[in-house]
Design a binder for this molecule. Structure first.
Ligand code: DHB
Ligand code: FE
Length: 294
């Protein structure tokens, strides 16, 4: 039986990769961000996922402005990272799970999502950096990945409501996946940031707190704002919160907060790392603690 154990969510700034390469994790600028990760790794060690369903946006590595799918699902055996022009070392290739990808694709199409299916796909910093933060000592990470990308780059963008519904359709697919699978979802991007234009450098801790507070208990609250309102509230690139909203939808109904950090700024971005778990995740964690105490 497949179990959805929870999710982890993170900002995905390319400079994080540069800090890892320079071993700058303990520097005062970087430590508030990197210190968020030991609790994430401890939680992953408890729930022991076999599979990650990852929601993120591609930044021009795989899809450019000439061809921009609103939603794309990877169905490849593996996903390589490639040079995006940030001067970062290449990150490890992540292993795919084509059978589960196709199962999710079938459900999404049945639920009338007109997605793009990708049997070849590169992955950029939005997938590879959080994977390396979660499993720094593994190359490749000891999990298989289903990548799902959301267009947060070129308008018109999908609404928050549509992204939450997409995630919920994925949750439905995961709930009826017959094989033994321990699933954790991942959502990356955000929080508030704007990289260019008159408001470059814009961040909004109040809106970020609204998102963080509601993701666990009331994710529908995040769908009250239109995409244009989210641009106003979070900045032009802060719309990457759509990835978090979709990932939350894929966790199913109930979620409780395990850990949360929020720090301004990393590069131009309000950086946050959040872990939410489902009831199945809680049971898995408790079983591990009971076994350790026995
Ligand atoms: C930055 C943030 C991002 O989300 C991104 O994709 C690229 C750069 C930044 O703050 O520098
Ligand atoms: Fe980004």
């Amino acid at each position: 039986m497949a179990e959805i154990l929870g999710g982890f969510f993170s900002s995905h700034v390319p400079a994080i990769g540069g800090a890892i390469a320079r071993k700058a994790q303990a520097e005062p600028y970087w430590s508030p961000f990197f210190d968020a990760w030991p609790p994430v790794r401890e939680w992953l060690g408890k729930v022991k996922p076999t599979t990650i369903v990852a929601f993120y946006n591609d930044h021009g590595l795989n899809f450019f402005l000439d061809k921009m799918p609103t939603f794309a699902v990877g169905a490849a055996p593996s996903y390589a990272n490639a040079d995006e022009g940030w001067g970062l070392p290449l990150f490890p290739t992540v292993q795919g799970h084509p059978e589960l990808s196709w199962h999710i694709i079938e459900q999404l199409v049945e639920d009338e999502f007109d997605i793009t299916t990708c049997q070849e796909m590169l992955c950029d910093h939005a997938l590879s950096i959080p994977m390396v933060l979660a499993w720094p000592d593994h190359a490749p990470a000891p999990v298989r990945v289903v990548p799902i990308t959301i267009n947060t780059v070129q308008h018109p963008l999908p609404s928050a409501k549509r992204c939450l519904a997409l995630g919920r359709s994925v949750a439905k697919a995961l709930a009826n996946w017959g094989a033994d699978e321990r699933i954790v979802v991942m959502g990356t991007g955000g929080l508030s940031h704007q990289l260019d234009g008159e408001r470059a450098g814009f961040m909004n801790p109040e809106y970020d707190a609204f998102c963080l507070d509601n993701l666990s208990k009331d994710p529908d609250a995040l769908t009250r704002h239109s995409v244009h309102e989210i641009v106003e509230l979070a900045g032009t690139q802060g719309v990457e919160i759509l990835n978090w909203i979709a990932a939350r939808g894929a966790m199913g109904q109930t979620a409780s907060e395990v850990s949360r950090t929020y720090h301004i700024p990393i590069s131009n971005t309000a950086a946050s790392v959040l872990v939410l778990e489902t009831e199945a995740g809680q049971r898995a964690g408790q079983a591990k603690e009971t076994a350790a105490a026995a």
